[in-house]
Design a protein around this ligand. Structure first.
Ligand SMILES: [Zn+2]
Length: 143
C-alpha cells in the first residue's frame, strides 16, 4: 500500500508492476531487485510511480497464495499421471503377453515348415540318387 503524492490517500494495489536491479544494490553486490509499480489514486485519479516493498508486492502475495493451490494441482496431476501410467503398463503387459503367444504360434508354424522342407529335400535327394543309379552315374565318375 502506498500514499498518493497528490491527495495523500491510500492506494491499495498498482495497475502495473515491473522489476529492476537498482544501482545501490548492484554496488553492494546484492542481487535483490526492486519492484516498481504504477498506481492510480482511487479518489483523485492521479497516476504516479512508486517502489513497492518486496514482501508487500501483490505479485509475491498472489504467488504465495496460489502456491498451495498450485501444489494441490500438481499433486492431482501427478496422481492422474500415475493412474494413466499404471493403466498403460497394464495394457502393454497384456499386449506383450498376446504378442508372445503369437510369436510362439509363428515359431511353431516355421518349425513345422522347416521339418516339411527337410523331408521334401531328403526325398528329392533319394530321387536324384536313384536316377543316377538308373543312368549308370556313380559318385566317382562325377568327380
Ligand atoms: Zn489522490
Amino acid at each position: 500500500m502506498v500514499k498518493c503524492p497528490k491527495c495523500g490517500g491510500n492506494v491499495e494495489s498498482p495497475i502495473k508492476t515491473w522489476r529492476f536491479s537498482s544501482r545501490k544494490t548492484a554496488k553492494t553486490g546484492e542481487k535483490s531487485k526492486i519492484i516498481m509499480g504504477i498506481f492510480e489514486c482511487p479518489s483523485c485519479k492521479a497516476r504516479f510511480r512508486a517502489a513497492l516493498e518486496p514482501d508487500t508486492a501483490p505479485e509475491e502475495r498472489v504467488s504465495i497464495k496460489n502456491m498451495v493451490e498450485r501444489i494441490k494441482g500438481i499433486r492431482g496431476e501427478l496422481m492422474q499421471t500415475l493412474k494413466n501410467l499404471r493403466e498403460k503398463i497394464k495394457t502393454l503387459e497384456t499386449e506383450r503377453a498376446n504378442l508372445m503367444i503369437e510369436i510362439e504360434k509363428l515359431r511353431k508354424v516355421a518349425e513345422s515348415r522347416v521339418v516339411a522342407l527337410e523331408s521334401e529335400v531328403s526325398m528329392l535327394r533319394e530321387e536324384v540318387k536313384s536316377l543316377r543309379e538308373l543312368l549308370g552315374y556313380t559318385e566317382d565318375l562325377e568327380k
